[in-house]
Design a protein around this ligand. Structure first.
Ligand SMILES: [Cu+2]
Length: 150
């Protein structure tokens, strides 16, 4: 019984430490995460939430990382009932709201991978905002990610 409680406390601590947040003025990037990919996989994805707490809308214009030759903003779109993804040139970040990058909506797609990220690793990703400027975050790599993150 005592051991169970102790393990519970440890897990809570790990979960808190796991989710790093990165503020830049009124814009905040919450819990940037990637999924471990197979060595043959041609791409990797990055998920996070952008919180725009300011009174003005902003826009995410692009991202880059030394891990990949190309990093693109993608959106899921329904094409005759089948979901497919499309590259978008920017993502609107309305004032006072959270914009989620998940497996069901916007996401970052990494192509031309220099190497394949492994569970437990971190890699840098720089986000370019139209108004807030550039923000570098550390993306945490997990083997399994929840359906929608965070
Ligand atoms: Cu994609």
């Amino acid at each position: 019984m005592r051991n169970t409680i102790l393990i519970g406390l440890l897990l809570t601590t790990l979960n808190t430490a796991q989710s790093a947040d990165y503020p830049l003025g009124s814009v905040q990037v919450l819990a940037p995460q990637s999924r471990e990919t197979a060595p043959v996989a041609p791409t990797a994805v990055v998920y996070f939430t952008v919180r725009n707490a300011g009174p003005q809308a902003d826009r995410l214009l692009g991202v880059d990382t030394p891990l990949a030759g190309r990093a693109q903003l993608h959106a899921m779109a329904s094409d005759d009932g089948a979901m497919s993804m499309q590259r978008v040139s920017s993502v609107e970040l309305p004032a006072g709201s959270d914009t989620r990058f998940t497996n069901r909506g916007y996401h970052v797609m990494l192509l031309d991978l220099a190497r394949h990220p492994r569970e437990g690793e971190q890699f840098p990703l720089t986000l370019h905002f139209e108004k807030a400027g550039d923000l570098q975050v550390q993306v945490e790599v997990h083997r399994d990610l929840p359906e929608s993150s965070p």
